[in-house]
Design a protein around this ligand. Structure first.
Ligand SMILES: [Zn+2]
Length: 143
């Protein structure tokens, strides 16, 4: 009886996990293909202002530039003075900029900093922060 329950749990878990990964891949892949490219840092500056306004974050100090990131697409740094710096790497497009801005908008940095355990931090980031930012970058949905 316990073995059957465990098997069902593993099968359901496998399909949920696979569905989660496939939907994340589809959302990210689709938005990467469809999103307008950002050609230079002047254009980046204009699009940044536009997207920051859409999220009502004009009170925050946010800069963006092209450069190298840890995972190759883009990243955001939060400095001790409260300034955010977005770096767009291979993903020089509006979708990636929106992705990074959503991390700021939804307070992901502050939430993650409160989690002391590195594994919990990684799990929270992977299952909460990244899917939320992916939804915003691809479909404009804020949850
Ligand atoms: Zn992210």
């Amino acid at each position: 009886m316990k073995t059957n329950y465990l098997k069902k749990f593993l099968v359901v878990g496998y399909f949920l996990w696979t569905g989660f990964l496939l939907s994340e891949t589809a959302l990210n892949g689709g938005s990467q293909i469809l999103s307008p490219k950002i050609h230079n840092e002047e254009e980046l500056e204009l699009i940044l202002k536009e997207e920051v306004s859409k999220l009502g974050m004009n009170d925050k100090e946010i800069t963006a530039k092209f450069g190298k990131s840890r995972l190759g697409f883009g990243q955001t740094a939060l400095y001790s003075n409260g300034r955010y710096e977005i770096i767009l790497d291979a993903g020089k497009n509006r979708a990636n900029l929106k992705h990074e801005l959503y991390h700021i908008y939804d307070g992901h940095f502050n939430s993650i900093l409160k989690i002391k355990n590195p594994l919990s931090r990684m799990v929270y980031s992977f299952f909460v922060c990244e899917p939320q930012s992916l939804l915003y970058q691809s479909l404009g949905i804020k949850i």
